[in-house]
Design a protein around this ligand. Structure first.
Ligand SMILES: [Zn+2]
Length: 210
């Protein structure tokens, strides 16, 4: 598996490109910004992008999706519960003092238990509402790797004070879905350093059983 992580944009969202070494087919996750750099990375590995997956509809994760779709022809996938947030990208841009990326069109909704594929690589979609209603994580069972979006961070969890956020829901998503994964699962959060399910189960203050 080819996997490169590139922090993009002013909020340094962790963009991922995940490719099959044999077929050179790839999926990319959260192309928030810096699409020139993203395209260089894809070209460096000689990959063909098959899916553009958005973990949730915050501007720092989805802002560059249309540019990347135009450059690659790949469809954009997002859970339908975040379509309302996606229609507020101009409002989100104003909150953050960023420029409005314009309208983003979704080609397909992805939800719990769906599978996303590129070449021989397959990821299970886990619906983890809380940070937003439509937040999803991607789990690669063979590689024991989780792309967590803004649901789980090293030592913290996603904020729930923005529209569509719910602390009760994110805690339930974390305990019922992410903590069900094996301890040696590598976690790639939406921002900041990598971690593992075991490390977070033991030390994350939000995950201690109450
Ligand atoms: Zn977010």
């Amino acid at each position: 598996m080819i996997h490169e992580i590139l922090p993009v944009g002013p909020l340094q969202c962790n963009f991922s490109v995940i490719g099959d070494e044999a077929t050179r087919e790839a999926m990319v996750i959260d192309p928030g910004d810096d699409i020139e750099d993203v395209l260089s990375l894809i070209a460096k590995h000689n990959l063909q992008v098959k899916q553009i997956i958005i973990t949730h509809a915050h501007i720092d994760h989805v802002g560059g999706a249309m540019k990347l779709r135009a450059a690659t022809g790949a469809p954009i996938l997002l859970n339908q519960n975040d379509y309302a947030l996606l229609r507020m990208l101009d409002v989100q841009a104003a909150w953050l003092g960023m420029s409005d990326p314009g309208k983003v069109e979704i080609d397909l909704s992805i939800g719990q238990a769906d599978t996303v594929q590129a070449g021989s690589l397959a990821a299970e979609v886990i619906h983890t509402p809380g940070h937003t209603e439509g937040s999803v994580c991607l789990y690669f069972p063979l590689e024991k790797k989780l792309i967590a979006g803004d649901t789980l961070f090293a030592g913290s969890i996603g904020r729930t004070d923005l529209p569509g956020g719910s602390l009760d829901k994110i805690i339930r998503s974390l305990h019922e879905k992410l903590m069900a994964l094996p301890d040696d699962t590598l976690v790639v959060p939406g921002h900041g350093p990598l971690t593992s399910i075991g490390e977070e189960r033991e030390t994350n203050p939000f995950l201690q059983r109450r």
